[in-house]
Design a protein around this ligand. Sequence first.
Ligand code: 1CP
Length: 344
Amino acid sequence: MLRAYRGQPVDHMPVWFMRQAGRSLSEYRAVRMHSNLFEISRSPQLAAEVTIAPVRRLGVDAAILFSDITVPLAAIGIDLEIKPGIGPVIAQPIREPADLRRLRPFEPEQDAPYVTEAVRLLVRELEVPLIGFAGGPFTLASYLIEGGPSRTHTRTRALMYGNPRLWRSLLDALAGIALASLRAQALAGASALQLFESWAGILDPQTYRTYVLPSTVPIFRGLADLDVPRVYFGVGTGELLADMGSAGADVVGVDWRVPLDQARMRLGRKVATQGNLDPAACLAPWEVVRERVTDVLRRAGASAHVFNLGHGVLPETDPEVLRRIVDLVHQHDVITPEGAAVDL
Ligand code: 1CP
């Protein structure tokens, strides 16, 4: 997977699934019966157990640390709760300049030692790379401003347009938190890093370039010395791909709304891709799943690609389907630009 992330030849296409650890696995549900999301995240043993389960069960080529994008915010004292069936809910949203004082810098080893401890534990046990992650500044800002999940991100966009100075300070503070968190995970042993800018696809390209990209570029630049592949992901980002490709990441996530070959044209040749199966396709009969997976593989062609879903695993997904997808992707011959199967 690390070779694919770096655009180097591979003997088979690597595959992992966003949200592979939580949700659909019975192993996760068993742990979740006794502990909530933050309790699992704050226990290196439980977090490690939940992180490893899908690697064993599904045969994926990478593990993703079990945590949440809101964990660093909770660790610096933001009063937030994960409400079942809803998501992160914030008691006092951030809407005024004075509210920014609550966003102090994040010091991973002091504020959230359990995260790096979980990473260290996992890299000792895992035989596949561990992916560390953080929330992108737009996505975290949206939770902080809205006070919880939102479909329209209306208050977020209103604050962005209405108070660009406050917006910029907020995004820079959140970018600092993301960078500190990602650096700490890499220094503890994570071999790749993903920035989840899940909700940026609500913006048009010009707005994204003006209000999000300037706070995002320093995150990727601030990781450059670590020599760890950097992945940049968002949902509904078809119109933003060219700009996202210029942010400084090595890999850009592509959801299912843009066919992979077209996404590559928008991105240019300098970055690898990850995605782009519709998560809902996993709920269809196997024949349909196979057709959809094969279509992504065909469109990937000889390009550097890591197979994944276009967004997270849906809770109702049968893990057996995910396991079969892993086998199917691994059996697929990766063709070099010269037209011969890569022989390593
Ligand atoms: O495989 C894994 O499940 C890894 C762990 C993981 C990751 C990578 C969790 C656990 N959360 C995340 C990232 C995350 N969290 C993102 C980015 C990825 C994405 O777009 O899906 C986002 C937007 C969140 C915020 C969040 N946390 C939501 C979404 C709410 C919304 O706005 O629609 C939810 C439901 C949570 C809670 C949460 N985080 C993780 C789990 C398993 C859960 C479910 C709650 C629980 O089991 O208690």
